[in-house]
Write a protein that binds this ligand. Structure first.
Ligand code: I3P
Length: 128
């Protein structure tokens, strides 16, 4: 069996580069500031890195690069949000604490994969 057969280390679901901006903090609207972010979906969290050196699948592991921020997906909501940006392929992620992020890619297939994978995690957490 693997060294982690008891599942102590959360499972890496997905990692990649997306454009990201936070648009609300605790329900309060923020000014947009789009940045390219290395995004890692691991366990119940979406973790954001801004350091380009973080762009490897192990960046989220303890002792590696420090994340810029991390989002708990339990109770979070996703929706397509092309009305909230002049950019295409945009969705909004809203956390239970009222933090809101827009995530975007120029590549439609890529953003659709992210949407589906994050929604799967949210659905799994809803059933727990
Ligand atoms: C914002 C910037 C953003 C844009 C936003 C502008 O201007 O151009 O890229 O969002 O539009 O206000 P500034 O740099 O002066 O803050 P999108 O790229 O998502 O359209 P918005 O105010 O309509 O959200």
């Amino acid at each position: 069996s693997s060294p982690d057969s008891e599942g102590v280390t959360p499972e890496l679901e997905k990692a990649g580069l997306l454009n990201k901006t936070k648009i609300a903090e605790g329900g309060r609207k923020l000014r947009k500031n789009w940045n390219l972010s290395w995004v890692v979906l691991v366990g119940n969290s979406l973790v954001f890195f801004k350091d380009p050196k973080s762009q490897n699948p192990d960046s989220w592991k303890p002792g590696n690069s420090r994340p810029e921020s991390s989002v708990d997906l339990r109770g979070a909501q996703l929706q397509w949000a092309n009305d909230l940006s002049s950019k295409k392929n945009v969705f909004k992620l809203r956390t239970v604490t009222g933090n809101e992020f827009l995530l975007q890619s120029e590549t439609e297939t890529l953003i659709r994969e992210w949407y589906r994978t994050i929604q799967n995690v949210i659905d799994r957490l809803d059933k727990e």
